[in-house]
Design a protein. Structure first.
Length: 357
Protein backbone atom coordinates (compact mmCIF):
# COMPACT_ATOMS: atom_id res chain seq x y z
CA UNK A 1 0.00 0.00 0.00
CA UNK A 2 1.44 3.40 -0.94
CA UNK A 3 2.76 6.00 1.49
CA UNK A 4 -0.30 8.11 0.61
CA UNK A 5 -2.58 5.68 2.42
CA UNK A 6 -5.17 7.32 4.62
CA UNK A 7 -5.53 6.34 8.28
CA UNK A 8 -8.74 4.74 9.52
CA UNK A 9 -9.16 6.04 13.07
CA UNK A 10 -12.45 4.58 14.25
CA UNK A 11 -15.77 3.00 13.38
CA UNK A 12 -19.22 3.44 14.93
CA UNK A 13 -22.47 1.62 14.14
CA UNK A 14 -26.17 1.87 14.95
CA UNK A 15 -29.10 -0.55 14.73
CA UNK A 16 -32.80 0.30 15.14
CA UNK A 17 -34.85 -1.35 17.89
CA UNK A 18 -34.54 -4.96 18.96
CA UNK A 19 -33.73 -7.97 16.74
CA UNK A 20 -36.62 -9.40 14.70
CA UNK A 21 -36.29 -13.14 14.09
CA UNK A 22 -37.88 -15.23 11.35
CA UNK A 23 -40.53 -16.62 13.67
CA UNK A 24 -41.68 -13.11 14.61
CA UNK A 25 -42.08 -12.16 10.97
CA UNK A 26 -43.82 -15.44 10.15
CA UNK A 27 -46.31 -14.91 12.97
CA UNK A 28 -47.07 -11.41 11.70
CA UNK A 29 -47.55 -12.52 8.10
CA UNK A 30 -49.04 -15.90 8.98
CA UNK A 31 -50.11 -16.66 5.40
CA UNK A 32 -46.42 -16.80 4.53
CA UNK A 33 -45.17 -18.87 7.46
CA UNK A 34 -43.79 -21.68 5.29
CA UNK A 35 -42.01 -19.23 2.97
CA UNK A 36 -40.51 -17.44 5.96
CA UNK A 37 -39.01 -20.69 7.17
CA UNK A 38 -37.65 -21.50 3.69
CA UNK A 39 -36.04 -18.09 3.26
CA UNK A 40 -34.48 -18.27 6.71
CA UNK A 41 -33.03 -21.66 5.87
CA UNK A 42 -31.89 -20.65 2.39
CA UNK A 43 -30.10 -17.45 3.43
CA UNK A 44 -28.85 -18.43 6.88
CA UNK A 45 -30.17 -15.13 8.24
CA UNK A 46 -31.70 -15.55 11.69
CA UNK A 47 -32.44 -11.98 12.76
CA UNK A 48 -32.45 -8.42 11.47
CA UNK A 49 -33.25 -4.96 12.83
CA UNK A 50 -36.00 -2.96 11.11
CA UNK A 51 -36.75 0.73 11.22
CA UNK A 52 -40.50 0.10 11.22
CA UNK A 53 -42.81 -1.72 13.64
CA UNK A 54 -43.68 -5.11 12.15
CA UNK A 55 -47.11 -5.09 13.79
CA UNK A 56 -48.27 -1.60 12.82
CA UNK A 57 -45.98 -0.61 9.94
CA UNK A 58 -45.12 2.65 11.71
CA UNK A 59 -41.71 4.01 10.72
CA UNK A 60 -39.85 4.51 14.00
CA UNK A 61 -36.33 5.27 12.73
CA UNK A 62 -35.10 7.36 9.83
CA UNK A 63 -31.86 7.31 7.86
CA UNK A 64 -30.83 10.51 9.62
CA UNK A 65 -31.51 8.97 13.04
CA UNK A 66 -29.24 6.00 12.43
CA UNK A 67 -26.58 7.90 10.47
CA UNK A 68 -26.28 10.48 13.24
CA UNK A 69 -26.01 7.85 15.95
CA UNK A 70 -23.28 5.95 14.09
CA UNK A 71 -21.43 9.17 13.28
CA UNK A 72 -21.51 10.29 16.89
CA UNK A 73 -20.08 6.96 18.05
CA UNK A 74 -17.28 7.16 15.47
CA UNK A 75 -16.37 10.68 16.61
CA UNK A 76 -16.33 9.59 20.24
CA UNK A 77 -14.18 6.55 19.49
CA UNK A 78 -11.68 8.72 17.60
CA UNK A 79 -11.67 11.28 20.43
CA UNK A 80 -12.60 14.00 17.99
CA UNK A 81 -15.18 16.77 18.05
CA UNK A 82 -17.45 17.95 15.23
CA UNK A 83 -15.20 20.92 14.42
CA UNK A 84 -12.41 18.47 13.50
CA UNK A 85 -14.41 17.17 10.51
CA UNK A 86 -14.03 18.97 7.17
CA UNK A 87 -15.52 16.32 4.83
CA UNK A 88 -18.65 14.17 5.14
CA UNK A 89 -19.54 11.45 2.59
CA UNK A 90 -22.69 9.33 2.90
CA UNK A 91 -23.66 6.27 0.85
CA UNK A 92 -27.18 4.82 0.81
CA UNK A 93 -29.63 3.11 -1.53
CA UNK A 94 -32.69 4.94 -0.13
CA UNK A 95 -31.82 8.52 0.86
CA UNK A 96 -35.33 9.47 1.93
CA UNK A 97 -36.06 13.15 1.28
CA UNK A 98 -35.58 14.45 -2.25
CA UNK A 99 -34.98 18.11 -1.49
CA UNK A 100 -32.99 17.75 1.74
CA UNK A 101 -29.85 15.60 1.38
CA UNK A 102 -29.56 13.19 4.28
CA UNK A 103 -25.81 13.88 4.51
CA UNK A 104 -26.48 17.53 5.37
CA UNK A 105 -29.14 16.62 7.94
CA UNK A 106 -26.77 14.15 9.58
CA UNK A 107 -23.97 16.73 9.67
CA UNK A 108 -26.28 19.29 11.25
CA UNK A 109 -27.52 16.87 13.89
CA UNK A 110 -23.93 15.98 14.80
CA UNK A 111 -23.13 19.66 15.36
CA UNK A 112 -21.00 20.09 12.24
CA UNK A 113 -22.10 23.67 11.66
CA UNK A 114 -18.93 25.09 10.10
CA UNK A 115 -18.24 25.06 6.36
CA UNK A 116 -17.52 21.51 5.22
CA UNK A 117 -17.69 19.54 1.99
CA UNK A 118 -20.63 17.10 1.95
CA UNK A 119 -21.31 14.43 -0.66
CA UNK A 120 -24.14 11.90 -0.90
CA UNK A 121 -23.98 8.75 -3.02
CA UNK A 122 -27.05 6.77 -3.99
CA UNK A 123 -25.96 3.21 -4.63
CA UNK A 124 -26.52 -0.39 -3.67
CA UNK A 125 -24.18 -2.42 -1.48
CA UNK A 126 -21.08 -1.05 -3.23
CA UNK A 127 -21.87 2.48 -2.06
CA UNK A 128 -19.82 2.03 1.11
CA UNK A 129 -16.63 1.39 -0.85
CA UNK A 130 -17.51 4.25 -3.20
CA UNK A 131 -17.84 6.56 -0.20
CA UNK A 132 -14.49 5.38 1.21
CA UNK A 133 -12.82 5.79 -2.19
CA UNK A 134 -14.10 9.33 -2.72
CA UNK A 135 -13.18 10.41 0.80
CA UNK A 136 -9.71 8.88 0.50
CA UNK A 137 -9.00 10.63 -2.80
CA UNK A 138 -10.15 14.00 -1.47
CA UNK A 139 -7.97 13.58 1.60
CA UNK A 140 -4.93 12.59 -0.42
CA UNK A 141 -5.22 15.65 -2.66
CA UNK A 142 -4.63 17.80 0.42
CA UNK A 143 -7.74 19.99 0.54
CA UNK A 144 -9.19 18.10 3.52
CA UNK A 145 -7.65 16.51 6.62
CA UNK A 146 -10.37 14.50 8.38
CA UNK A 147 -13.43 12.84 6.86
CA UNK A 148 -16.55 11.25 8.28
CA UNK A 149 -17.71 8.43 6.00
CA UNK A 150 -21.20 6.99 6.54
CA UNK A 151 -23.15 4.07 5.09
CA UNK A 152 -26.79 3.75 6.10
CA UNK A 153 -29.98 1.93 5.11
CA UNK A 154 -33.57 2.22 6.29
CA UNK A 155 -36.03 0.08 4.34
CA UNK A 156 -39.38 1.78 3.67
CA UNK A 157 -42.27 0.20 5.53
CA UNK A 158 -43.70 -2.60 3.33
CA UNK A 159 -47.25 -2.01 4.47
CA UNK A 160 -49.93 -0.67 2.17
CA UNK A 161 -51.99 1.91 4.08
CA UNK A 162 -55.32 0.46 5.21
CA UNK A 163 -54.31 -3.15 4.54
CA UNK A 164 -53.68 -5.63 7.37
CA UNK A 165 -50.19 -7.07 7.67
CA UNK A 166 -51.39 -10.63 7.06
CA UNK A 167 -53.26 -9.61 3.90
CA UNK A 168 -50.18 -8.66 1.87
CA UNK A 169 -48.79 -10.80 -0.93
CA UNK A 170 -46.50 -13.27 0.88
CA UNK A 171 -44.46 -14.12 -2.21
CA UNK A 172 -42.97 -10.63 -2.26
CA UNK A 173 -43.42 -9.14 1.15
CA UNK A 174 -41.11 -11.57 2.88
CA UNK A 175 -38.10 -10.42 0.93
CA UNK A 176 -37.64 -8.24 4.01
CA UNK A 177 -36.37 -11.40 5.69
CA UNK A 178 -33.11 -10.86 3.82
CA UNK A 179 -32.74 -7.14 4.48
CA UNK A 180 -31.86 -5.30 7.66
CA UNK A 181 -31.65 -1.64 8.61
CA UNK A 182 -28.61 -0.02 10.16
CA UNK A 183 -25.85 2.53 9.80
CA UNK A 184 -22.10 2.67 10.12
CA UNK A 185 -19.58 5.49 10.18
CA UNK A 186 -15.81 5.75 10.01
CA UNK A 187 -13.27 8.51 10.58
CA UNK A 188 -10.50 8.83 8.01
CA UNK A 189 -7.59 11.26 8.35
CA UNK A 190 -4.20 12.20 6.93
CA UNK A 191 -2.94 13.44 10.30
CA UNK A 192 0.10 11.48 11.52
CA UNK A 193 -0.20 8.99 14.37
CA UNK A 194 1.94 6.50 16.25
CA UNK A 195 -0.06 3.66 14.78
CA UNK A 196 -2.51 3.39 11.95
CA UNK A 197 -5.02 1.27 10.16
CA UNK A 198 -4.16 2.31 6.61
CA UNK A 199 -7.24 2.27 4.38
CA UNK A 200 -6.65 2.17 0.68
CA UNK A 201 -6.62 0.11 -2.47
CA UNK A 202 -10.29 0.65 -3.28
CA UNK A 203 -11.45 -1.13 -6.44
CA UNK A 204 -14.67 -0.28 -8.27
CA UNK A 205 -16.02 -1.58 -11.59
CA UNK A 206 -19.28 -2.05 -13.47
CA UNK A 207 -19.70 -4.93 -15.91
CA UNK A 208 -23.29 -4.77 -17.15
CA UNK A 209 -26.67 -5.76 -15.73
CA UNK A 210 -28.08 -9.18 -14.85
CA UNK A 211 -31.71 -8.41 -14.02
CA UNK A 212 -32.50 -11.99 -13.07
CA UNK A 213 -30.42 -11.60 -9.92
CA UNK A 214 -31.28 -7.99 -9.15
CA UNK A 215 -33.08 -7.10 -5.94
CA UNK A 216 -35.29 -4.01 -6.33
CA UNK A 217 -36.16 -1.70 -3.46
CA UNK A 218 -38.97 0.76 -4.15
CA UNK A 219 -37.89 4.11 -2.70
CA UNK A 220 -41.44 5.31 -2.04
CA UNK A 221 -42.52 2.33 0.08
CA UNK A 222 -45.58 0.13 -0.34
CA UNK A 223 -48.19 2.85 -0.80
CA UNK A 224 -46.95 3.49 -4.30
CA UNK A 225 -47.24 6.68 -6.31
CA UNK A 226 -50.42 8.22 -7.66
CA UNK A 227 -49.92 6.62 -11.03
CA UNK A 228 -47.72 4.11 -12.89
CA UNK A 229 -44.21 5.10 -13.81
CA UNK A 230 -42.87 4.48 -17.32
CA UNK A 231 -42.19 0.81 -18.09
CA UNK A 232 -43.50 -0.29 -14.70
CA UNK A 233 -46.66 -2.11 -13.62
CA UNK A 234 -49.75 0.01 -13.20
CA UNK A 235 -51.03 -1.65 -10.04
CA UNK A 236 -50.72 0.14 -6.73
CA UNK A 237 -49.28 -1.40 -3.60
CA UNK A 238 -46.16 -3.04 -5.04
CA UNK A 239 -44.09 -4.17 -2.06
CA UNK A 240 -41.03 -1.97 -1.59
CA UNK A 241 -38.65 -4.90 -1.89
CA UNK A 242 -38.88 -7.54 -4.56
CA UNK A 243 -36.61 -9.54 -6.83
CA UNK A 244 -34.85 -12.85 -7.19
CA UNK A 245 -32.82 -13.11 -4.01
CA UNK A 246 -31.77 -16.69 -4.73
CA UNK A 247 -30.22 -15.68 -8.06
CA UNK A 248 -28.38 -12.85 -6.34
CA UNK A 249 -26.88 -15.30 -3.85
CA UNK A 250 -25.77 -17.62 -6.64
CA UNK A 251 -23.89 -14.96 -8.60
CA UNK A 252 -22.45 -12.98 -5.69
CA UNK A 253 -19.81 -15.56 -4.79
CA UNK A 254 -18.32 -15.70 -8.30
CA UNK A 255 -18.31 -11.91 -8.54
CA UNK A 256 -16.62 -11.65 -5.16
CA UNK A 257 -13.88 -14.06 -6.23
CA UNK A 258 -13.18 -11.90 -9.28
CA UNK A 259 -12.99 -8.81 -7.07
CA UNK A 260 -10.60 -10.52 -4.65
CA UNK A 261 -8.18 -11.43 -7.43
CA UNK A 262 -8.29 -8.00 -9.08
CA UNK A 263 -7.77 -6.13 -5.81
CA UNK A 264 -4.80 -8.27 -4.77
CA UNK A 265 -3.26 -7.74 -8.19
CA UNK A 266 -3.74 -3.98 -7.89
CA UNK A 267 -2.12 -3.94 -4.44
CA UNK A 268 0.56 -6.46 -5.43
CA UNK A 269 -0.35 -8.49 -2.37
CA UNK A 270 -0.08 -12.25 -2.17
CA UNK A 271 -3.20 -14.05 -0.94
CA UNK A 272 -1.09 -15.90 1.65
CA UNK A 273 -0.37 -12.52 3.27
CA UNK A 274 -4.07 -11.72 3.90
CA UNK A 275 -5.07 -12.27 7.51
CA UNK A 276 -8.75 -11.26 7.37
CA UNK A 277 -11.49 -11.53 4.77
CA UNK A 278 -14.64 -9.42 4.91
CA UNK A 279 -16.92 -11.21 2.41
CA UNK A 280 -20.08 -9.78 0.81
CA UNK A 281 -23.04 -9.70 3.18
CA UNK A 282 -25.71 -10.75 0.67
CA UNK A 283 -26.54 -13.71 2.90
CA UNK A 284 -24.78 -15.88 5.46
CA UNK A 285 -24.53 -18.77 3.02
CA UNK A 286 -23.06 -16.52 0.33
CA UNK A 287 -20.36 -15.38 2.74
CA UNK A 288 -19.48 -19.00 3.42
CA UNK A 289 -19.41 -19.87 -0.29
CA UNK A 290 -17.02 -16.99 -0.96
CA UNK A 291 -14.60 -18.24 1.68
CA UNK A 292 -14.69 -21.78 0.28
CA UNK A 293 -14.33 -20.56 -3.30
CA UNK A 294 -11.25 -18.48 -2.49
CA UNK A 295 -9.62 -21.44 -0.69
CA UNK A 296 -7.80 -19.35 1.90
CA UNK A 297 -8.18 -21.50 5.04
CA UNK A 298 -5.73 -19.45 7.12
CA UNK A 299 -7.64 -16.23 6.55
CA UNK A 300 -10.14 -15.29 9.27
CA UNK A 301 -13.62 -14.51 7.97
CA UNK A 302 -15.55 -11.62 9.53
CA UNK A 303 -19.27 -11.65 8.84
CA UNK A 304 -22.35 -10.47 10.71
CA UNK A 305 -25.15 -10.99 8.18
CA UNK A 306 -26.65 -13.90 10.14
CA UNK A 307 -27.39 -11.57 13.06
CA UNK A 308 -28.31 -8.30 11.31
CA UNK A 309 -29.31 -9.29 7.77
CA UNK A 310 -28.14 -7.64 4.57
CA UNK A 311 -27.69 -4.02 5.65
CA UNK A 312 -26.50 -2.80 2.26
CA UNK A 313 -24.22 0.21 2.51
CA UNK A 314 -23.90 -0.21 6.27
CA UNK A 315 -22.65 -3.82 6.17
CA UNK A 316 -18.97 -3.08 5.61
CA UNK A 317 -18.87 -0.81 8.66
CA UNK A 318 -20.20 -3.54 10.94
CA UNK A 319 -17.47 -5.83 9.63
CA UNK A 320 -14.79 -3.16 10.11
CA UNK A 321 -15.96 -2.61 13.68
CA UNK A 322 -15.25 -6.26 14.43
CA UNK A 323 -12.00 -6.20 12.45
CA UNK A 324 -10.05 -3.30 13.93
CA UNK A 325 -9.65 -4.62 17.52
CA UNK A 326 -8.44 -7.96 16.17
CA UNK A 327 -5.67 -6.61 13.93
CA UNK A 328 -2.06 -6.71 15.02
CA UNK A 329 1.01 -5.04 13.56
CA UNK A 330 1.47 -6.04 9.94
CA UNK A 331 -1.96 -7.62 9.56
CA UNK A 332 -3.80 -7.15 6.30
CA UNK A 333 -7.50 -7.35 5.54
CA UNK A 334 -9.56 -7.27 2.37
CA UNK A 335 -13.25 -6.39 2.25
CA UNK A 336 -15.39 -7.23 -0.76
CA UNK A 337 -18.82 -5.84 -1.58
CA UNK A 338 -20.71 -6.69 -4.77
CA UNK A 339 -24.01 -5.97 -6.48
CA UNK A 340 -24.75 -9.13 -8.51
CA UNK A 341 -27.72 -7.68 -10.38
CA UNK A 342 -25.62 -4.95 -11.98
CA UNK A 343 -22.31 -6.80 -11.75
CA UNK A 344 -20.73 -4.05 -9.69
CA UNK A 345 -17.53 -5.10 -7.97
CA UNK A 346 -15.92 -3.19 -5.12
CA UNK A 347 -13.21 -3.92 -2.61
CA UNK A 348 -11.28 -2.21 0.18
CA UNK A 349 -7.95 -3.00 1.80
CA UNK A 350 -6.85 -2.27 5.37
CA UNK A 351 -3.34 -2.70 6.77
CA UNK A 352 -2.19 -2.30 10.37
CA UNK A 353 1.05 -0.35 10.69
CA UNK A 354 3.16 0.82 13.63
CA UNK A 355 4.87 4.13 12.93
CA UNK A 356 7.39 6.04 15.02
CA UNK A 357 5.79 8.93 16.88
Amino acid sequence: MSDQSVRLLSVGTALPGTPVDNAMLASTFHRARARAERIGSATGIDTRHLGFDIETGKQNYSLVDLGSEAGGKALWAARLRPHNIDLVVLGTSAPGELSLPAVDLVAARLGIHHVVTTLQIRSGCAGAVQAFSIARRLLICGRHRTALVIGAEVTPSPYTPGVRADAHDPSRLLDILVLGDGAGAAILTTDPAGHEHAAGGALLSYAGSNHASERIVEWHGAGGLDGPRPQEPAERGTPPTHGEGEAADDSAADLAAETWGELLQTLQWDEDDIDFLLPPQVSHHTAGRVTRLLAVPDTQQITCVREIGNTGNAALFFQLQQLLPRMGAGDRAVGVSVEPGRRIKSGLAVEMRLNPV
